[in-house]
Design a protein around this ligand. Sequence first.
Ligand SMILES: Cc1cc2nc3c(=O)[nH]c(=O)nc-3n(C[C@H](O)[C@H](O)[C@H](O)COP(=O)(O)OP(=O)(O)OC[C@H]3O[C@@H](n4cnc5c(N)ncnc54)[C@H](O)[C@@H]3O)c2cc1C
Length: 395
Amino acid sequence: MTVDFKVIIIGRGMMGAAAARHLSGMIDGVALIGPREPAERKSHDGVFASHYDEARITRTFDDNLVWATLAARSLDRYAEIEATSGISFFTEAGCLFAGPPPSPGQGYLGRALDIANTLNIGVETLEPAALSDRFPQFSLNGSFKGYFERHRAGHVNPRALVKAQVVLAEAGGATVLDATVTGVEDAGTHVEVTVSDRVYTAEKVLVAAGGFTNFNQLLPSPVDTRVSARTVVFYELGERELSLFGDMPSSIIFGDRDEDHVYILPPVRYPDGKTYLKLGGDTEARIFDNLEDIGAWFRSDGDPAELDPLVAKALELMPALAGCPVTAAPCIASFTPTAYPYAGFTDSPRIAVLTGGNFVAAKSSDELGRLGAVLMTRGRLGDGDFGREFAPVFR
Ligand SMILES: Cc1cc2nc3c(=O)[nH]c(=O)nc-3n(C[C@H](O)[C@H](O)[C@H](O)COP(=O)(O)OP(=O)(O)OC[C@H]3O[C@@H](n4cnc5c(N)ncnc54)[C@H](O)[C@@H]3O)c2cc1C
């Protein structure tokens, strides 16, 4: 049977768009299907995405060698993607971690320092006095030490990165379709992909629909993921705050326990023309198991149970933010029990899945997209590409 495409990638998000770019450089007949960002979040009743924002932290310093490697491989290609697409998305503001002095090899910072040694990542250690001298924006616990990755770290603009990937995928010959898929079926010799007004056929399908992967009958059986709400807090900055916070790095500040960390994005200009400093945490306020609840969450202004402690933490760490207008926004993160992304085939030899960002995959999405493309062309991932670690778990 003649099919419409060799491979259809479902999901025009961070991983799917990257997969489309890589795959279009390997084979002909690639399609990327996914809706563009809704113009009006509050009245939209379709699917959403976890990348509708202007900044995501990027860094290699990490307490896990696999994630650090994914980030490093992606960072290696940022400049090339920017140059060939003509779209810039990376700001090398650096990334600061601060927290209680770690014991060697223990806790997030202790493990990350070991990995920094293994991968030879340039990270400067700042003793407490040097930390407060160097980053006077923060009011930190006097015992905290800092770990500063000055180069190849900072933030990416996730909307711009997706746009760059799509531009390059199209330049490589991929067909990009603005549609939401409502069904995927293995028809024995090929796969049928249903969108509202028609069915497309392909030899193979890669499902990269982020937190929406288990909805709309995209997979033969659901992947084991936890789709969890995250509230993001935005401080609108005036001239005074901009002069104070303007040159700060992306930052991750721990509390007494690793779980109590907050992440902070330096001031970034948003499409409304205003400049915001963004802050979020890792509190799990709610988990979703149906599309209606996720839709209602994305149309909301976040969860006060998450917002209030984040505001208190922001003012403790950055007292100069007092008085700035505060707004909040909702997002979702998709967690796997392996704590790694999934990149592998389902029960069907024609339908594979690429998902499970675990709240940290924006920076590494280009390498994850490459792995998705390798999966579609070779049928499996080797050890160097984390085939074992990324094996999907199904329910
Ligand atoms: C608040 C927040 C802060 C974060 N901060 C960071 C950070 O600082 N650094 C970092 O590295 N990572 C961060 N992340 C994680 C990162 O944003 C995600 O890991 C990443 O976006 C996941 O990429 P994805 O392609 O899996 O999903 P997405 O980017 O969400 O893309 C999925 C795509 O699938 C599409 N889709 C869904 N259903 C269908 C369907 N039925 N048919 C067609 N298309 C469909 C959607 O439209 C969407 O475009 C953060 C996440 C959140 C929520």
